[in-house]
Ligand binder design. Structure first.
Ligand code: ADP
Length: 544
């Protein structure tokens, strides 16, 4: 039977969606296959249909028992031989399913990932009967995914234990880091890779180079005049308040949303936006999850976001109804400082974590408890420390069960209880190299945002390339596509070349050389221009 016949016969669908047919061919050829497609793209068919055509059983690993049951019910309703194995079943039911696998009465069996913890379960699976190992929600394999599940880590071993069948891994999370982790962890062999369906044909991505708050506010004013509904993302709470105050006169319904508001204030703001009483939101990235409003016409990033992943997810909230909508980033290199501060705050090194643990031990009372705020801890460290880094260190210590955080009745402040009394920070079982790798990844993600902002090629294509979706066409909607119609490269005259060389030399001399071709900016564009023009202003002279 051909895949086309099976599609009609078993699923009652007339044709494949792009690129289901190619994926199914790869799977049927016993290739290891990685599939990254957005939610709703039709990933299930890519393992369910081959399962029916392959000679043995397909095991499908899926993280949510409820989801598993829905899928199995739907397959059984079509009269297809599907079953499941998870901890919600009785031992008898599990034994029945295993027998059905051995007797080849089932073609598709959904298995919860924690089953693979049990050696007796692995031994009970007949090795020669398994044709395909399918991993749904495969981003759960990656520590860099948003939904890491330790049970998924064992799947590479499990695959070997069941005789090393070909493997298909599927996810909607497209980051290259996550894809690399999936391939490595499952030891995929020269996999066929499909990343598709992430383009947003109704969005136009624009980056506006801005050099002052005034530029940015003017840009927002234009956006609000042209489109009545939108989200303005700011990097910090402070910036949310400042921007909201300055634009309140432009629209009758501006609301603000950030983590510094109380739960009830946040809920009220969100309700007003969803119910269309308010149409403009100024918010930090805390806003957006579960916002079900399809007519958002623009998403503006007032400051650069920390990653392309965040940018695309936040920008992607525009135009869910399919109508033309705009994503505009107001870019100023100087805003990088805020993101640098966040990266530093999210990545305390092992030394700082150990130091904070020792400080907690030294200040704890007879019950091994400490009641100090993050700011007080910073003060006691006796030098300038990023308070976010101290918070992150506390979270890390708590995840490692070295401390326990507890509520103090009637206070916002949380208390800390030492769990490993008598031990020192230097004994912490933390992998310093892994922490450093994570910090480096965060920095690379931020660098990608800056490259994106300076790019001169199609923005949609740039983003799809970043996620690994190759060979897309130019969008013809973004700022770069629109400008390229009017732009043609020409060779510089000799004088122009000299000016460019002088300007670059000025930039280099006003930057710090970090070695190995890395430079850190110390001054903004304005100062560099003033200096090149020979300004004698106090600010220039004082900077030496
Ligand atoms: P994903 O797992 O990627 O989120 P699903 O596999 O749940 O997506 O598919 C989403 C919907 O699309 C389902 O209702 C499914 O039946 C439907 N679908 C998938 N492939 C096709 C197809 N070739 N033709 C018609 N409908 C399809």
């Amino acid at each position: 039977m051909t895949p086309e016949d099976a599609l009609q016969k078993y699923f009652g669908m007339p044709s494949f969606r792009e690129p289901q047919r190619a994926i199914i061919s790869a799977v049927l050829e016993n290739k290891d296959t990685l599939v990254v497609m957005p939610t709703g793209g039709g990933k299930s068919l890519c393992f369910q249909l081959p399962a029916l055509l392959l000679p043995g059983v397909t095991l499908v690993v899926s993280p949510l028992i409820a989801l598993m049951k829905d899928q199995v019910d739907a397959l059984q309703a079509r009269g297809l031989p599907a079953g499941l194995l998870n901890s919600s079943q009785t031992l008898d039911q599990q034994r029945d399913t295993l027998r059905a696998i051995r007797e080849r009465r089932l073609k598709i069996v959904y298995v919860a990932p924690e089953r693979f913890r049990s050696a007796s379960f692995l031994n009970a699976l007949p090795q020669d009967a398994i044709s395909l190992f399918a991993i749904d929600e495969a981003h759960c394999l990656s520590q860099w995914g948003h939904d890491f599940r330790p049970d998924y880590m064992r799947l590479g071993e499990a695959r070997k234990a069941i005789g090393g069948p070909p493997c298909v891994a599927l996810t909607a999370t497209a980051t290259p880091d996550v894809q690399a982790d999936i391939k490595q962890s499952l030891e995929m062999h020269a996999p066929a890779e499909f990343v598709a369906g992430f383009a947003r044909d109704n969005l136009s991505f624009n980056v506006r180079q801005t050099s002052s708050e005034h530029d940015k506010l003017q840009a927002i004013e234009r956006l609000i005049q042209q489109h009545s509904t939108g989200i303005i993302y700011c990097a910090t709470r402070k910036s949310v308040d400042a921007v909201a105050t300055k634009i309140e006169h432009l629209s009758a319904s501006v609301i603000r949303y950030h983590g510094g508001l109380s739960d009830s204030e946040r809920n009220a703001a969100q309700d007003r936006f969803i119910s269309r009483q308010a149409n403009i939101v100024v918010a930090t990235n805390a806003f957006g999850m579960g916002i079900d409003r399809a007519d958002i016409r623009f998403v503006c990033h007032y400051e650069m976001p920390g990653s392309i992943e965040a940018y695309y997810q936040e920008g992607g909230r525009a135009g869910r109804d399919g109508q033309p909508s705009v994503c505009e980033m107001l870019f100023s290199y100087a805003d990088k400082r805020v993101q640098d501060f966040f990266i530093e705050g999210a990545n305390p090194g092992k030394a700082l974590v150990a130091e904070i643990y020792d400080l907690l031990c030294a200040t704890s009372d007879a019950k091994h408890e400490v009641r100090l705020s993050v700011d007080e801890l910073c003060e006691r460290l006796g030098r300038k420390v990023n308070p976010m880094a101290v918070s992150s260190a506390l979270s890390l210590l708590s995840r490692q069960n070295w401390i326990e955080r507890f509520d103090i009745p009637g206070q916002r402040l949380k208390g800390t209880r030492i769990q490993q009394v008598g031990r020192a920070g230097r004994d912490l079982p933390i992998d310093a190299a892994a922490l450093a790798t994570k910090a480096a990844r965060d920095e690379d993600r931020l660098k990608a945002v800056i490259h994106f902002a300076y790019a001169q090629s199609c923005r949609q294509k740039w983003i799809l390339d970043y996620f690994g979706e190759r060979n897309s066409a130019d969008c013809a909607r973004c700022d770069c596509c629109r400008q390229s119609k009017h732009r043609s490269a020409r060779t510089l005259s000799k004088d122009e070349t000299t000016i460019v060389q002088k300007a670059l030399s000025g930039v280099a001399r006003m930057s710090r050389n970090l070695g190995s071709d890395q430079w850190a900016a110390r001054f903004g564009k304005r100062k560099i221009i003033q200096c090149l023009l020979g300004s004698q202003s106090a600010a220039i002279r004082d900077s030496g």
